[in-house]
Design a protein around this ligand. Sequence first.
Ligand code: ARG
Length: 461
Amino acid sequence: MMSKLWGGRFKKATSPIVDEFNASISFDARLWRYDIEQSIAHASMLGKCGIIPLAESEKIIQGLRDLKNDIEAGKVEFDTSAEDIHMNIEKLLHERIGDVAGMLQTARSRNDQVATDVRMYVKAQIKEIDSLIREAQSAFIKVAESNIDTIMPGYTHLQHAQPVMLAHHILAYVWMLQRDRERLADCFKRTDVLPLGSAALAGTSFPIDREYTAKMLGFSRISENSMDAVAERDFAVEFLCALSILAMHMSRFAEEVVIWNTSEFGFIELDDSVATGSSLMPQKKNPDVAELMRAKTGRVYGDLMALLTVLKGLPLTYNKDLQEDKERLFDASDTIVICLKVLIEFVGHLKFNTTRMAAGLEGDFSTATDIADYLVTRGVPFRTAHEITGKLVRYCLEQGKTLGNLTLEEMRRFSDKFEGSNLTWDAWSSVEKRNIPGATAPCRLREQLEAAKKALAADLF
Ligand code: ARG
């Protein structure tokens, strides 16, 4: 039997299946770097405050640094019987520097230790994800810029609604991603609170300096309530919420790619580097990547639901249930990171069939609103104008005509407010007329592009 760090009050060994069930080292090993960094700060604080002798504190720190180098060099194997990463590190340190290692856990419990490691991990992930989102945003902005003159049908209910500029459509994703960044930055503020020093739940009798460790570890605040600090995982839930919304945004884009890539739409052709083939049908070029991106959303939502369910009904303070937070966090974060990398690659290779997109607007009635708006400018109430235009559309459908080739005489059969020679109802004048802030007109698009670039350039934390 391996002796347990908590073995003092036990007479018998735990059974192997219980050890296996209880252990988290198989997944929390990836927190090793944060655990060592945290322990170095803690040991340094203990020495500085005279809680352990300075010489011992230095020995511990040196031991931890050596251990870090050896882990980095791949020279260390974690022991699956040592339960979790915290006890593995402590055990490895003991093997190296002997009983002095035992001083490290003064004024610290695994409860505040694990809460600290997880917060350090989430902070690092938020930073990595933020920089990937920015890359994705700038890829979208490039697509918008290089297709600045492309017009296309805008959809509601997946039916042609009104003409829009492709760049306007693409920039919509930049703003979704911007809100994702803001949500993550907001989550960062609440994650950036140090639980260390809360010990098991009640705080500690040793005169520790929590501000000192906070500073060393780059936390901007310390927690206000030791019980809350070891028990809560709201920051992790918030992180998973933000990731879920981000996954949902990526999934909506992925769905558009799937639709645009159909032979019915033919708006895009996938670059070979981001497409896949069929093992049976030689002609196929499939959007597997977009489909997977769409599907991965389910994993991330699942991670969020799982963690919310773990936390629901947990009495204060620490309960072993909390060990279940890590795999959910790792899975969601890993999923989002790979999805973002794929998205960046994918958007970087987007090629539009702009002729086909513009052709979609021919005779599609998507400028009908412009007719109604025109009548309104001639003093007709909008509801009446809507009715008149509806009748005009029906007339066209019955006569096999389009709005573009109606004669003035035909229009005047529906309202004598139609006047003048240039009533053409074409898609270009439709977009050009929509020139209020936030609308699709090309002159507004240039403003929007500038605003998007500015948003992207700003550091949120
Ligand atoms: N592996 C544990 C976790 O992930 C560490 C904390 C254990 N604390 C305890 N009192 N059993 O939550």
